[in-house]
Design a protein around this ligand. Structure first.
Ligand SMILES: O=C(O)/C=C/c1cccc(O)c1O
Ligand SMILES: [Fe+2]
Length: 314
C-alpha cells in the first residue's frame, strides 16, 4: 500500500465573497500545487475526513465520527449535489478494520454530506464522482466534543486498516483552520431552531437562501473588521501546521475544547479532519510534508491552509 495526505481548508464563501486578487492568486497557486501532487500520486482510493454543518448530522443522533458506506451530497452553497462514488465493500472492510483496532466507529449506509466534503472533491478532482472515496465524518461543531486523542486514534486505526489494502490511498482532511462562522448552537436556541438542529428538518429553499446569505454577510462584516466573531489566529494556525510538519501529532492531545474555542473560534474543531488525515498517514510509516501554504482570509471566514505530505522516501 502506498499513502499520501492532503489538508485543504474549505469555505462556502469562495467565489461569493472573495479577497483581493493577489490573495486569490496565491491561493490558486497553492491549490494548483496540491492538484498536481494528487494527480502525480494518482490515488486508487481517497479517504475523506470532513465535517458537517447541520446538513447531514443532527442531535437526534450525533456521533463523534462516522464512516459512510454510501453517501449523497446535499448541494448547499451551490456545491455539487448527488451521489459520491463510495466503494461499499471496501468501506465496510475499512470500518471492520477500525472496529477490530478498538475504535468505536459508527457507520452510515446513507450519509448526507455538504460543502465540507464536496468542496475538496470539486477542487482536487473536478467533481464528487471522479474517484472512489470513503467519506469519514468528524464532528467539528456540535457540542459536546470529545478529546483530540480519540481523533488521533481514529486516524491511526483508519491508516492501519487501509495499510492492509493493495491500494494507493490518499488521506484528505477538509476544514479549518481557526475560524468562527455563525453556525447555530443548540444550547439557548429558539424552539424552531432547536427542533431543526435535533430533527434535521430540511430547510425550504427560502430558509436555505436566508441562512446562506447570513454567512455571506458575516464574511463581509469579518473582512470589514466589524464583527463579534473570534478573529482568525495565524499564530495558532501555524503552530498546528508545525505539529503536522514535524509529525509530533500527540502534541494536540492536551488541547481542550474550551481553549480551542477561545483561541481559534468555535469552528476550529474542523482541524480534527487534518489531525485524522495526518494520523492515518503516520500509521503507515514516517512521512514528510512536501508543501505548506497558509493565509488568513477573513472574507472567507478562514485561516486558509493547503498542505501535502507523502511517505518518507517515496
Ligand atoms: O454555515 C455553514 O454552513 C458554514 C460556514 C463556513 C464558513 C466559513 C468557513 C467554513 O469552514 C464554513 O463551514
Ligand atoms: Fe466548515
Amino acid at each position: 500500500m502506498t499513502a499520501a495526505a492532503v489538508g485543504l481548508s474549505h469555505s462556502p464563501l469562495i467565489g461569493k465573497n472573495d479577497p483581493a486578487p493577489e490573495v486569490l492568486a496565491r491561493v490558486e497557486d497553492a491549490v494548483a500545487g496540491a492538484k498536481a501532487f494528487v494527480e502525480a500520486f494518482d490515488p486508487g482510493l481517497v479517504v475523506l475526513f470532513h465535517p458537517d454543518h447541520y446538513n447531514g448530522f443532527f442531535y437526534k443522533e450525533m456521533p463523534p465520527f462516522c464512516l459512510a458506506t454510501a453517501a449523497n451530497a446535499v448541494g448547499d452553497f451551490e456545491s455539487q449535489a448527488g451521489p459520491l462514488s463510495v466503494p461499499t465493500d471496501l468501506a465496510n472492510r475499512v470500518a471492520q478494520g477500525v472496529l477490530d483496532r478498538g475504535v468505536d466507529l459508527t457507520v452510515s449506509a446513507r450519509m448526507t454530506v455538504d460543502h465540507g466534503a464536496v468542496q475538496p472533491l470539486e477542487v482536487l478532482f473536478g467533481g464528487i464522482d471522479r474517484v472512489p472515496v470513503i467519506p469519514v465524518y468528524i464532528n467539528g461543531v456540535a457540542t459536546p466534543l470529545g478529546p483530540m486523542s480519540r481523533i488521533r486514534a481514529l486516524g491511526e486505526a483508519i491508516g492501519a486498516a487501509c495499510a492492509k489494502l493493495d491500494k494507493r490511498v490518499l488521506f484528505l482532511g477538509s476544514g479549518g483552520l481557526s475560524h468562527d462562522p455563525p453556525v447555530p448552537v443548540l444550547e439557548g436556541a429558539p424552539p424552531r431552531v432547536a427542533e431543526a438542529l435535533i430533527e434535521g428538518i430540511p430547510p425550504t429553499p427560502e430558509q436555505r437562501a436566508r441562512g446562506e446569505q447570513r454567512v455571506i454577510d458575516a464574511g463581509k462584516a469579518y473582512a470589514a473588521g466589524d464583527t463579534t466573531m473570534i478573529p482568525i489566529n495565524p499564530t495558532w494556525d501555524n503552530a498546528l501546521l508545525d505539529i503536522l510538519a514535524n509529525g509530533t501529532l500527540s502534541d494536540v492531545d492536551g488541547w481542550t475544547v474550551e481553549q480551542m474555542n477561545a483561541e481559534a473560534g468555535h469552528s476550529s474543531h474542523e482541524v480534527r479532519t487534518w489531525i485524522a488525515a495526518f494520523s492515518a498517514l503516520a500509521a503507515t510509516g514516517a512521512y514528510t510534508m512536501d508543501s505548506r501554504f497558509y493565509e488568513a482570509i477573513p472574507e472567507w471566514i478562514a485561516g486558509f491552509a493547503v498542505a501535502t505530505a507523502s511517505q518518507a522516501g517515496a
